[in-house]
Write a protein that binds this ligand. Structure first.
Ligand SMILES: [Zn+2]
Length: 95
């Protein structure tokens, strides 16, 4: 199932994710469901994710910024389409 499918279903009130899938989307640090808010869609560089990230798990925007010790900066972000989909990271990229 694509991210868009999951989103459409979510907004229709049909969250068809399995327990395991829901677990996968949980922020590792605060347990927030990172699928539900577009602000939590971002992609940082591999170097940063290896150092501050949580491998195949998820971190919400607030928690990655906490781990980095600063608000996301342009140089932290990759050229991934997720960062252009998210208005918050798009604003950072367009600075
Ligand atoms: Zn979090």
């Amino acid at each position: 199932m694509s991210l868009m499918d999951i989103h459409i279903k979510h907004f229709l009130g049909l969250d068809t994710r399995t327990k395991k899938e829901k677990e996968h989307w949980k922020c590792f640090d605060c347990s927030k469901d990172t699928l539900l808010n577009v602000k939590d869609y971002y992609m940082i560089t591999n170097e940063l994710w290896i150092k501050y990230g949580v491998e195949n798990n998820m971190l919400c925007m607030n928690c990655i910024e906490k781990r980095l010790g600063h608000k996301l900066r342009k140089e932290d972000l990759t050229d991934c389409s997720l960062n252009y989909f998210n208005p918050y990271t798009l604003k950072i990229l367009n600075k």
